[in-house]
Design a protein around this ligand. Structure first.
Ligand SMILES: NC(=O)c1ccc[n+]([C@@H]2O[C@H](COP(=O)([O-])OP(=O)(O)OC[C@H]3O[C@@H](n4cnc5c(N)ncnc54)[C@H](OP(=O)(O)O)[C@@H]3O)[C@@H](O)[C@H]2O)c1
Length: 303
């Protein structure tokens, strides 16, 4: 008789709506898989069998409490798949996290940077860590994407500065990309052969986010049907994907059905298909990666 295959343990953020909810459905449907989801509550539903633990990414204390509760529940069991997918689509200069940081920087970057560090020691050998970034981190795709690190502004946004509005989003997605690249360079990650992947779902319907107003949603829907198909003729990276498709592709990336070639970590959907491009020039700078890593750690009071 063959030995029973060990259970696959999955931990995910951003699994309660948008493309993450579709990815979750596909991951949960795998046999022999135990799934934990960090969620901020208030009526979100997840498929049966998923274990939900409270997680408010806008509070660093809450992120730590989530990691504690999760690792207590896991005991000696290791994580095989960590999917850091939650994200805000941009906040104004006044919106702050519980710790006083710019909300988008805090939720999209700082919280996930902390979570990755707290959970790394609990990850299995040959496990996979996926961070959802965006091609919006890259100036050729989004003109206002950062060309240099402006960490103080991103952490403490001023009106019209690079830490506010859609600029805060592009900056946070750059931070996600750089965090993935930094994680992939860690000795601990290399020795334990943890596979780090940064994922860009590409423009995905519902791009306004679940907190968008009815007007914003109607606007995005109208653009999806009119302007985006036209732009897509010339700029394939702006072809709009459905949340179902992007979610299924995230699940494929997470489950290892799609992998970047050796030495690369970025999977970017173009016309809904995976491509493996270079991250932006700034993201690839190891000096900039190290600075983001150091200064993020300092903001969190960790080494
Ligand atoms: N849509 C696009 O065009 C696009 C393009 C490129 C990259 N992305 C990235 O893809 C990921 C998913 O995007 P989406 O469009 O599917 O977004 P979405 O529909 O707005 O879903 C975002 C997810 O993040 C969770 N979340 C947000 N703030 C949170 C907080 N403070 N604490 C805990 N959870 C929080 C949400 O939880 P609730 O259910 O509680 O709201 C939800 O599960 C994001 O990282 C986004 O940046 C999206």
């Amino acid at each position: 008789m063959g030995q029973a295959r060990p259970q696959r343990v999955v931990v995910m953020t951003g699994a309660t709506s948008g493309l993450g909810a579709h990815a979750l459905a596909q991951i949960v449907a795998q046999s022999n898989t135990r799934v934990f989801v960090g969620a901020r509550g208030s009526g979100r539903t997840v498929p049966e069998g998923v274990e939900v633990l409270p997680l408010e990414l806008a509070s660093l204390a809450n992120v730590r409490a989530f990691a504690d509760a999760l690792t207590r529940r896991l005991g000696d069991t290791r994580i095989n798949l960590l999917v850091l997918n939650a994200g805000l689509h941009g906040s104004n200069a006044k919106q702050r996290s519980a710790d006083g940081y710019g909300l988008t920087f805090a939720v999209n970057h700082l919280a996930h940077y902390l979570l990755a560090q707290l959970l790394l020691p609990h990850m299995a050998e040959h496990s996979r860590l996926v961070i959802t970034s965006s091609n919006m981190h890259n100036p050729p795709f989004k003109r206002i994407a950062p060309k240099s690190l402006d960490l103080q502004e991103w952490a403490h946004p001023t009106p019209n500065g690079s830490g506010a509005g859609i600029r805060s989003y592009t900056a946070s997605k750059l931070c996600n990309m750089m965090t993935a690249l930094s994680l992939a360079r860690l000795d601990e990650v290399k020795v334990r052969q943890i596979n780090v992947v940064a994922f860009n779902p590409g423009l995905t319907g519902g791009v306004a986010g679940r907190d968008a107003s009815a007007l914003q949603r109607a606007f995005v829907k109208a653009l999806t049907r009119t302007v985006f198909p036209l732009i897509g003729l010339f700029r394939p990276e702006f072809v709009m994907n459905t949340p179902e498709h992007s979610g299924n592709m995230l699940a494929n990336v997470a489950l290892g059905a799609i992998s970047p070639p050796p030495g690369r970590i970025y999977v970017s959907l173009v016309k809904g298909e995976p491509t493996f491009p270079d991250p932006s020039e700034l993201a690839r700078s190891q000096e900039a990666q190290d600075r983001l890593w150091r200064e993020s750690a300092a903001m969190l009071g960790i080494e």
